[in-house]
Ligand binder design. Structure first.
Ligand code: SF4
Length: 410
């Protein structure tokens, strides 16, 4: 399970992140003001509203449909169940390949597998770079290395590969690609997340730009870890969701790749006899994860509308100065703080930055789902006060000030 992040970002990382967010914001601006985007936003809001209001039915429908498509489904109530299930699938492997997945990070999958002597190869460029750093922290759900300057990345790679890597974007790309391709040749199992899951069709939709998910999902066994909050009704709805996510996350109208996985690889080219395992995975296993999402639905319902675009952190004034310290794991920013209450507990929620938020509401303005995160945070603050946690925490601070003097009076 992910511990709350305590290692602060240093000033150079904050600067690199803000520079990267500024470029992203500029690229998105025209697209976000556009009429077509506004219509898509309305449509996706309806889709997500319907989905979270019918989560139980969609869950049952998705499991039935996936299974009838030949996909194995394991329902995991919490991160321990998910880790146990994944371990049972990969325990004979030395190395597994993985693509970017906030859900896998949420359950602490890579660290867990490492404790079992199974190496995880991150195949996303940004994730692979972050994996080589000491802190191993991501600053944006889609652009995990946004806080690292080119010079810093080159330094990290030189140290890792023990050879010269110039501070040049193409040289960095080539160095990481060579390393990942070499590792991939030893892998039989690929682990990915999914951006959306269409219950009626039993289809998982994954978007990416690098082409890594295509490679990872074609290994012998493809494990997909997906939260129940990614459920929607139809494949057409799932595609609308990921299209809007792409616009808000990257400032592009469509990703380079959109993979739809509905079954293991198969063919009936010889006398209509069904054969499995042609070029793609002969086994597809979906880990359908709750891990506090049902509790979130009962208590902070609107936060489940999230499509994971990361737009809310790009202009957040707190994230601007604190970076990934504000939020929980890869659930970054205020919405991550809210999520941590149900994924973990009150204590983690407090440490994730419950009382750091300015309640300015900027994230709601920038969120395609208009999630009222500031209101949800206020409700959680009230809960903390009522539970006496705030009194206890402020008491600790007051005792420190009494002993050491106030930092403001020096
Ligand atoms: S809360 Fe809104 S802006 Fe933030 S990641 Fe979710 S959908 Fe995107």
């Amino acid at each position: 399970m992910v511990k709350n992040m305590t290692t602060p970002m240093d000033e150079s990382e904050i600067q690199a992140m803000n520079k990267s967010f500024k470029i992203l914001n500029k690229r998105r601006k025209k697209l976000l003001d556009n009429e077509k985007t506004r219509k898509l936003k309305e449509r996706v809001r309806q889709i997500r509203e319907y989905s979270i209001s019918h989560l139980e039915e969609l869950k049952v429908e998705a499991v039935e449909k996936l299974q009838s498509n030949g996909v194995e489904v394991i329902y995991a109530e919490d991160s321990n169940e998910a880790l146990k299930a994944i371990y049972s699938l990969v325990k004979f492997e030395n190395t597994v390949a993985k693509s970017k997945s906030n859900t896998a990070s949420e359950i602490g999958l890579s660290d867990f597998l490492q404790t079992k002597d199974i190496q995880v190869v991150e195949t996303d460029l940004g994730d692979r770079i972050v994996q080589f750093t000491d802190k191993k922290k991501s600053s944006h759900p889609i652009g995990p290395a946004a806080h690292l300057s080119m010079e810093e990345i080159a330094r990290v790679l030189r140290e890792k590969f023990k050879r010269e890597v110039k501070s040049d974007p193409q040289e960095i790309l080539n160095a990481v690609k060579e390393d990942v391709m070499d590792e991939l040749s030893h892998c039989n199992v690929g682990i990915t997340g999914a951006n959306s899951l269409a219950a009626q069709d039993g289809s998982l939709v994954m978007v990416h730009n690098e082409g890594n998910i295509s490679m990872v999902s074609l290994l012998d066994t493809h494990i997909v870890i997906v939260g129940i909050d990614k459920l929607v009704g139809t494949l057409e709805e799932a595609i609308s969701v990921v299209k809007l996510e792409t616009i808000y996350a990257t400032g592009k109208t469509s990703p380079a790749y959109m993979n739809v996985v509905s079954s293991p690889s198969k063919t009936a080219d010889i006398e209509q006899i069904l054969l499995m395992g042609m070029y793609g995975a002969s086994r597809v296993v979906v880990i359908l994860l709750d891990n506090g999402r049902s509790k979130t639905l009962k208590n902070s319902r609107e936060s489940l509308l999230c499509i994971g675009c990361g737009s809310c952190i790009v202009t957040c004034p707190v994230y601007d100065v604190m970076g990934y310290e504000f939020g929980y794991g890869r659930h970054l920013g205020g919405r991550g703080v809210v999520f941590s209450r149900y994924l973990r507990d009150k204590e983690v929620c407090f440490k994730s930055g419950l009382f750091t938020c300015t309640l300015c509401g900027q994230c709601t303005l920038d969120c395609p789902m208009e999630i009222p995160t500031n209101q949800l945070i206020e409700e959680l603050r009230r809960e903390m006060v009522e539970a006496g946690i705030l009194k206890e925490k402020h008491g600790e601070t007051a005792r420190k000030i009494k002993k050491n003097g106030s930092p403001y009076s020096q």
